[in-house]
Design a protein around this ligand. Structure first.
Ligand SMILES: Cc1cc2nc3c(=O)[nH]c(=O)nc-3n(C[C@H](O)[C@H](O)[C@H](O)COP(=O)(O)OP(=O)(O)OC[C@H]3O[C@@H](n4cnc5c(N)ncnc54)[C@H](O)[C@@H]3O)c2cc1C
Length: 324
């Protein structure tokens, strides 16, 4: 059965058995999307008319959101004609190219700093990521960790047994060529929200947030920002001094480390809920494991967050993802 999906903007496309997102992409209609596994929530759409179904309930769509008329385009299948609302974002075009390794060093015991050179300034929006194509035909995603315009920087966590992060990364040598495709993703900073911002990260989830923050340095129009950074112990707080120093370079910036293995077990979402009884006026950016982003969404919803202003990137893994 084929249905018609119309956007409020007037564009429309046919949708058959696949997801609403894949139908849109097949028709050349760009909807924001990231993980395409129902884990990040970037492809959230508002159903103004019509019904959708899911093979499995998507992780990033709470029952309350579904009841409120939201759907995740990457998992939803049309069960009738649809009228939808989606955020349109002007993002740089994606290209596949060769990059040169500039350096690989350590930021922490299990975090590497990878720098690549494209031979020209890279064009991406802070918060976006690259796909690294491996020789076996699979890809790995890593978020750019610096503002656009300079060398490409990444914070890569070593996953024990991971084909790239454990098997290849530490052996890369300066001058080696890597096959990358970028930029991808819609987890970007939305200035137009005009809201105070709360950012919550764990582990290398700092990478895209650092790119956003670096692009706001010395900007008198930056909104008030509070960054909560979850880590197990102080040793995991790589780039701590740099973030501390940015208090002087972003007009109203607060940086709050939250340790989960020192004494009281505490998570970023708990710390934020303890500090903010009401999140209804904030924009929230979440980046880390899909478990953290799902737990934080749910906690923030119950603290009044407007879910239209909660943006998340869940660092899922892509073991079997094939190149196209
Ligand atoms: C949009 C996006 C952006 C990302 N950006 C970053 C980033 O900036 N920095 C970063 O460090 N990571 C990031 N990740 C996660 C990163 O892509 C994976 O950790 C990476 O693909 C692991 O590759 P690998 O070849 O080492 O492991 P694989 O060989 O693919 O996996 C080996 C095994 O390790 C486990 N595994 C793999 N990845 C993870 C993970 N992330 N968490 C838990 N278990 C895992 C699985 O059990 C898997 O079977 C991002 C993910 C997404 C979706």
């Amino acid at each position: 059965m084929t249905y018609r999906v119309a956007l409020e903007s007037g564009e429309s496309f046919p949708a058959g058995d696949g997801s609403v997102l894949s139908a849109a992409l097949d028709a050349g209609v760009t909807l924001p999307s990231d993980c395409r596994q129902g884990a990040c929530g970037t492809c959230r759409i508002k159903l103004l008319e019509g019904r959708v179904t899911y093979a499995e309930p998507p992780m990033a769509l709470a029952p309350e959101d579904e009841a409120g008329g939201f759907a995740l385009a990457c998992q939803a299948r049309a069960a009738s004609d649809l009228l939808i609302r989606s955020q349109s974002l002007a993002l740089p075009p994606t290209t596949r190219r060769s990059a040169t390794v500039k350096s690989v060093s350590r930021l922490a015991a299990d975090v590497f700093h990878l720098q690549l050179d494209l031979g020209e300034p890279a064009d991406y929006a802070p918060g976006q990521y690259m796909k690294l194509h491996l020789a076996d035909g699979t890809t790995r995603n890593f978020s750019m960790a610096a503002r656009p315009g300079g060398a490409l920087e990444f914070h890569v966590r070593r996953i024990p047994g991971g084909r790239f992060t454990d098997g290849q990364l530490a052996r890369l040598r300066e001058g080696e060529r890597l096959d990358i495709e970028m930029p991808h993703g819609a987890f970007i900073f939305r200035r137009q929200d005009y809201r105070p911002v709360i950012m919550a990260v764990t582990g290398t989830g700092l990478a895209p947030i650092r790119s956003m923050l670096e692009s706001l340095l010395d900007d008198p129009d930056a909104p008030p920002i509070t960054l909560y950074r979850g880590a197990r112990t102080e040793a995991d707080l790589y780039l701590h001094d740099e973030l501390e120093s940015w208090r002087a370079r972003i007009p109203d910036f607060r940086y709050i480390p939250v340790l989960s293995r020192n004494g009281r077990r505490r998570y970023v979402q708990d710390a934020i809920c303890a500090d903010f009884a009401d999140l209804s006026e904030h924009a929230v950016y979440l980046c880390g494991s899909p478990q953290m982003t799902a737990a934080a969404r749910s906690a923030f919803r119950s603290h009044g967050a407007d879910m239209s202003y909660v943006y998340a990137e869940g660092f899922s893994f892509q073991l079997q993802e094939e190149t196209t």
